[in-house]
Design a protein around this ligand. Structure first.
Ligand code: C5P
Length: 234
């Protein structure tokens, strides 16, 4: 089995991220670089983390016109990241353009295409928030609708909440990779995550990858925390 742990490097400084990466690389599957770290440390932090040999998930959630998203995905692909997020509500054409751009740019660079992951409904949104932005349906339906559209566009992966895994597995092609944040071991506080599963529960439900931030990087001993989570999956 591949190591499914993706550690979210939700820290503002390059040096802190690099220290964590050096410590954790042998026991995790990849590192996630999100808006906070990328905006403060830029593409150089991606190159430096990649230089450790670790895989990188670039979580910038692109959402723009198809041409712009395609170009952003091409830039990310040239940085040699392994996963990139886009918002599925950008529409079918935007998603197709992203996937095509990843495939073509990777081919030119002579490497495997990164996994373009669709984000459906942010877990901070409830049915009332959806209605405020003009989407009068419940969250579950909207997630399934956008997930199916992502599959139609040819995306090979999605980000979803732990509690969406089972329903999505029923409507999606089985090759679709599911990447799940909202993971808590029970040993720590839930922080601001409201709907959580343990690592083992999420994998059993059908997740391929687990995005784990604070339970690892904020632990007294991040490496021991990651090792314990990995052992819990055996
Ligand atoms: O610290 P924690 O384990 O809660 O970190 C989870 C990571 O996953 C963060 O980087 C957060 O932005 C991301 N995420 C999330 N929920 C989503 C999508 C992404 O927690 N629905």
């Amino acid at each position: 089995m591949q190591n499914p742990i993706i550690v979210a490097l939700d820290v503002p400084l390059a040096e802190t991220a690099l220290q964590l990466a050096a410590q954790l690389a042998p026991v995790v599957g990849a590192f996630k670089i999100g808006s906070e770290l990328f905006t403060s440390a830029g593409p150089e932090i991606v190159r430096r983390i990649r230089a450790t040999g670790a895989d990188v998930f670039l979580d910038l959630k692109f959402h723009d016109i198809p041409n712009t998203v395609a170009k952003a995905v091409a830039s990310a692909t040239r940085l040699d990241v392994q996963m990139i997020t886009i918002h599925t509500c950008g529409g079918l054409e935007m998603m197709k353009a992203a996937e095509q751009s990843a495939q073509q740019t990777a081919l030119q660079a002579g490497r495997n295409a990164p996994l373009i992951l669709g984000v459906t409904v942010l877990t901070s949104m409830d049915t009332n928030n959806l209605s405020e932005v003009g989407v009068p349906t419940n969250v579950g339906h909207q997630v399934e609708r956008l997930a199916s559209l992502a599959a139609k566009a040819g995306l090979r992966g999605l980000v979803c909440s732990p509690l969406e895994i089972t329903a999505l597995r029923q409507v999606l092609p089985s090759h679709m990779q599911l990447v799940t944040p909202g993971i808590r071991t029970g040993a720590e506080k839930a922080d601001d995550q409201k709907r959580t599963l343990t690592p083992k529960e999420a994998i059993t439900a059908g997740a391929n990858w687990l995005v784990i931030g604070r339970p690892i990087y904020a632990a007294e001993n991040p490496r021991a925390a990651a090792e314990k989570i990995l052992a819990s999956l055996q």
